[in-house]
Write a protein that binds this ligand. Structure first.
Ligand SMILES: [Zn+2]
Length: 264
């Protein structure tokens, strides 16, 4: 049985640690801070078997070198990640549809999800835990999505459309605790959406107790995340009113919704 736990880092990152109930091995997703991972593993008497990278930003990869230094002597560490010239430490480049196996048994499928950066991958597993699992880096956030850093918002639209097709109960492990801020934007876009109102209350309660708002799930995102709701008439009206323009399709609308969020 696998367990996923957050290691908080910087001001709002979560480095997701994957452990197995009968193994002393572990995997870490997006180790921006090697020291934080090292301390957690040491405290829990765990070894590191592999690193899963979603994209090139420093707060996702900065700890790779430290972790290789700490653990490489004891066993060889696999570094999975996208085909990116900016991450030379990657030992296994992954592409759309590739599959990797963790703990010799648990299969993860790769989705290429460009848009936040031009090379970005997500890791999805259908039967690893009780429910499907998605590690989505900075592509999808709860109630939001990543900023467009490489000038291709249409790519991000397509990537989120793919993630929206995943099973409703998929547990969504995003890399940042941005949920509450995102929900306030979502509410500005859809003031009448009662799911958003309810989710704000829930997340406020969690955050007051210092509990992460994550994982989210695809069903919640389809109810509350404006970037996954671009076919809704209420969202169309809101974005069209904000920019004073009309849209031919959901992708065009998405681009302007993302621009609105940038200045929110
Ligand atoms: Zn990023």
């Amino acid at each position: 049985m696998l367990t996923v736990t957050p290691i908080p880092a910087f001001s709002n990152n979560y480095l997701w640690l994957i452990t197995h109930s009968t193994s002393s091995c572990s995997y870490i997703v997006d180790p921006g801070d090697g020291q934080a991972v090292y301390e957690t593993l040491k405290k829990r008497n765990l070894q590191l078997s592999g690193i899963l990278i979603t994209h090139r930003h420093y707060d996702h990869i900065n700890g790779i070198d430290d972790l290789l230094k700490y653990y490489q002597q004891e066993n060889s560490i696999i570094v999975y990640g996208p085909d990116s010239p900016y991450i030379p430490q990657i030992t296994h480049k992954l592409y759309q549809g590739d599959q990797i196996t963790l703990f010799d048994h648990y299969l993860f499928t790769i989705f290429e999800t460009p848009g936040h950066t031009s090379e970005h991958i997500c890791y999805f597993s259908k039967d690893t835990l009780k429910m499907p699992v998605l590690f989505c880096g900075d592509t999808l956030f709860s109630a939001g999505c990543g900023r467009v850093m490489d000038k291709d918002p249409e790519a991000l639209y397509r990537s989120l459309s793919v993630l929206a097709e995943l099973p409703d109960n998929t547990q969504v492990y995003c890399a940042h605790e941005y949920t509450l801020n995102n929900l306030h934007f979502a509410q500005a876009v859809e003031p009448k959406n009662t799911h958003i109102r309810q989710r704000i209350q829930e997340v406020q309660q969690l955050r007051q107790q210092g509990i992460p708002s994550l994982p989210s799930c695809i069903a919640i995102e389809k109810q509350t995340n404006p970037f996954m709701r671009t076919t809704q008439q209420s969202i169309y009206q809101s974005v069209a009113d904000y920019w004073g323009t009309q849209y031919a399709n959901a992708c065009e609308l998405f681009v302007d919704l993302r621009r609105w969020k940038d200045e929110f």
